[in-house]
Design a binder for this molecule. Structure first.
Ligand code: HEC
Length: 161
């Protein structure tokens, strides 16, 4: 743990861009703000609001270990056209390997300031239909509704509270 902290500190002090996110922990500083290693928080958000009928949706899939494991598998590896991890990052902080070229950047799921205002139905709508004007792809033809709900269970675990 100490070694990892020392590494993050060295990276921060040397002004180097933090890209090696797999070796970096999610860190919350004492005053409650989230350190650079966890991605930008709060982010500006380009995505529009989902239609009302989506916003009312509740997640019908229970957070069992099996459903969370399915969400993780899709996020890290199997979601088509592109695994979510490559944009949103293995730690969900928005710093995936494709993220640096994207404007707006992928959502940082660790950021409570942004994420806690977004109902599950909003997340469902965006994952299913994509977000126009951003790189966020639609998954209507590649993910079943049940799989989208499993992904939502999984990405909500990234939240730092
Ligand atoms: C090619 C890069 C890319 C991939 C792949 C990708 N996303 Fe995104 N995602 C984005 C971008 C860019 C945004 C929009 C950020 C904004 O609104 O400013 C976004 C936004 C989101 C949001 C936030 C919606 C909101 O209302 O703010 C969710 C949830 C999300 N993505 C989930 C996923 C999931 C789950 C996957 C995999 C199935 C995935 N994304 C794959 C780039 C990506």
């Amino acid at each position: 743990m100490l070694r990892v902290l020392a590494l993050s500190l060295t990276l921060l002090l040397s002004g180097q861009e933090v890209v090696a996110e797999d070796v970096l922990p999610r860190v919350q500083s004492r005053d409650g703000s989230v350190l650079l290693v966890s991605g930008i928080c709060p982010q500006n958000r380009k995505t529009r609001k989902a239609p009302g009928r989506y916003l009312k949706k509740k997640n019908p899939v229970p957070p069992t270990p099996k459903n969370l494991a399915e969400g993780k598998r899709l996020f890290n590896k199997d979601a088509k056209p592109t695994a979510c991890k490559l944009c949103h990052g293995a730690k969900g902080n928005g710093n995936g390997s494709l993220a640096r070229r994207l404007d707006p950047p992928p959502r940082n799921f660790t950021c409570a300031e942004v994420m806690s205002d977004l109902p599950d139905g909003q997340l469902f709508w965006v994952i299913q239909n994509g977000s126009r004007g951003t790189a966020m792809p639609a998954h209507k033809s590649t993910l079943k509704p049940e799989e989208i709900w499993q992904l939502i269970l999984f990405i909500k675990q990234f939240l730092i509270v």
